[in-house]
Design a protein around this ligand. Structure first.
Ligand SMILES: Cc1ncc(C[n+]2csc(CCOP(=O)(O)OP(=O)(O)O)c2C)c(N)n1
Length: 370
């Protein structure tokens, strides 16, 4: 298919060029502190993904979904969200758990979710890498492809009905745009002009199926047009560009303008998950070509131009982050499994009599001998 850059349906919004130089007419003008923070979060996520993948390989955790190569999308979105008394809510897919960290979720609790032990706020009940946290306004993901989209649109509708200034942000992969739930969500979002931003990470692969083999659509962004929702394509490896389009989508949502669909064009550098071997279905040359478009390198070059990062400060940052992650793993791995009595929590607002009885007898069995 001929995808020409000067075609408005195809053109990618970029702020940073390959050398990390910002186009002043599009630069969202982030402060030096925010740029440093963005870079720090990108680096932390890259190191975290590598460390968690190696824990899985060693048999210490059972599953992990890395977002290596795609980090700019969740980190930029996390920085663009509204917090405070009317927070935006995030409805993630597999590769956006790091938004919770950007919004202040503790790293230890994040790692504990992967071990499913006592430090896990979900009490070990969810699959690893399916994080959620009420305190950071991020809902759980079911593992099915697509249901988070109508859920996000419904939540956005409720936000509008309650006259809050909050918005819902939903994530999906390219493959999810071929699911029925995507179309149901987009139809509702367009018709009811709900305050929702749908961010599609087009990472070129749905496990082993390349995008051109799962849709005949020229791009994913054009799919939005049929539903009366503006669709925009952005370079997903350009943190400033993603920040700009997500912020604009959120402003639109808050001002009653309705939903926005964003196609963030990026690449999944690693396997689909730790249960996958991508060397079976894609070429080394393709992966190497995308490695040259790395989102961390691009932002680092930008920060070097601005004098905000030096080689020495970069080395120090990476050492500090690696130590932070190592300390979290060390602490979390020693925690015990959730207590058996935790099985009874969070199920009924008022526990029925037969479960109360079972809980009492379990407590007697589990009580230490006197
Ligand atoms: C309804 C449904 N069908 C199939 C699957 C199996 N499955 C898991 S991930 C995946 C591909 C998802 O690809 P994409 O939406 O592009 O997201 P990515 O994983 O690339 O981020 C599939 C088909 C599933 N989980 N749910």
């Amino acid at each position: 298919m001929d995808l020409r850059d000067d075609d408005p349906d195809v053109a990618l919004l970029r702020v940073l060029d390959d050398e990390g130089v910002a186009d002043p007419s599009r630069d969202p003008g982030l402060s030096a502190d925010t740029l440093r923070r963005a870079y720090r979060e990108l680096c932390r996520l890259r190191l975290l993904d590598a460390r968690m993948t190696s824990l899985q390989r060693q048999g210490r955790i059972s599953f992990y979904g890395s977002c290596e190569g795609q980090e700019a999308v969740p980190i930029a979105t996390g920085l663009a969200l509204q917090n405070g008394t009317q927070p935006d809510w995030v409805f993630p897919a597999l590769r956006e758990q790091s938004i919770m960290l950007v919004r202040g979720f503790p790293l230890r609790a994040f790692v504990a979710q992967l071990f499913g032990n006592e430090g896990d706020v979900l009490k070990g009940r969810q699959m690893p890498s399916h994080h959620s946290g009420r305190a950071v306004h991020q809902v759980s993901w079911s593992s099915c492809i697509g249901p988070q989209l109508p859920q996000a649109v419904g939540a956005a509708w409720a936000m509008r009905a309650r006259k809050t200034s909050a918005a819902a942000v939903a994530f999906l992969g390219d493959g999810a745009t071929s699911q029925g739930d995507f179309h149901a969500a987009m139809n509702f979002a367009g018709l009811w002009k709900v305050p929702c931003v749908l961010v599609c990470q087009n990472n070129h692969w749905s496990i082993s199926v390349p995008t051109e083999r799962q849709t005949a659509s020229r791009t994913l962004a054009v799919k939005a047009r049929a539903y009366g929702v503006p669709g925009v394509r952005v370079d997903g490896n350009d943190l400033l560009a993603v920040f700009k389009v997500v912020s604009e989508g959120l402003s639109r949502a808050r001002s009653g303008g309705g939903a926005t669909f964003i196609e963030a064009v990026t690449y999944r550098m690693g396997p689909h998950s730790t249960s996958d071997d991508p060397t079976r279905y894609r070429s080394k040359a393709e992966v190497e070509a995308w490695a040259r478009k790395d989102p961390l390198d691009r932002l680092r070059k930008h920060l070097v131009h601005l004098g905000l990062v030096t080689e020495a400060s970069d080395d120090a940052l990476r050492r500090e982050l690696a130590a932070e992650i190592a300390a979290a793993v060390d602490y979390v791995e020693r925690l015990p499994a959730p207590g058996r009595a935790s099985l009874f929590a969070d199920v009924y607002a008022e526990m029925p009599w037969h479960l109360r009885e079972q809980l009492e007898s379990l407590k007697k069995i589990d009580a230490p001998p006197t």
